[in-house]
Design a protein around this ligand. Structure first.
Ligand code: 4NP
Length: 156
């Protein structure tokens, strides 16, 4: 049986596409069956490819995300995904508001899955430089490995 995971940030052009790419690759290498997607809480960038700096850092790590397209999260996502994982606290608060009463999806903060980083957000690199995007990649890659371990051990 495959586990479904949706990563959510604000614009769906920087952090959550990188989390989607990293987790998909970590799961693929492990042979772990997972359905992986990403979305934004906002709609400003809907239909757009990831930020060119996000595309560049993914490519530096061997992954082409140029065909990804941003979308805004929808109510139905809460019934479609097993896990909806927020990149920062603001995204998580927004998800809790949108979710309403009943939902299949379990909500969490990405770095909650990393020992020692519980409660931390992945810093928004949008207004920064390439170095910020490298830090984002390091965060989402490490968190993807930790998330996979948690999913495999059934601790989330
Ligand atoms: P993301 O980054 O949430 O990681 O995709 C941002 C992208 C766009 C904006 C803010 C953050 N924006 O203000 O347009």
């Amino acid at each position: 049986m495959s586990v479904s995971v949706l990563f959510v940030c604000l614009g769906n052009i920087c952090r959550s596409p990188l989390a989607e790419a990293a987790f998909r690759e970590v799961a693929r290498r492990d042979g772990f069956p997972a359905l992986v997607d990403s979305a934004g809480t906002g709609n400003w960038h809907a239909g757009q490819a990831p930020d060119h700096r996000a595309q560049a850092v993914a490519l530096d790590n061997g992954i082409d995300i140029s065909a990804f397209r941003a979308r805004q999260i929808e109510k139905v996502d809460f019934g479609r995904f097993d896990h909806i994982i927020a990149l920062d606290d603001n995204n998580l608060a927004e998800l809790k508001t949108l979710r309403g009463g009943r939902s299949k999806a379990r909500l969490s903060l990405l770095l909650d899955h990393v020992p020692g980083r519980k409660g931390h957000g992945v810093k928004d690199p949008y207004y920064g430089d390439a170095e910020g995007f490298r830090a984002t990649w390091d965060d989402v890659w490490m968190a993807s490995e930790a998330l996979l371990a948690s999913l495999k051990s059934g601790t989330i």
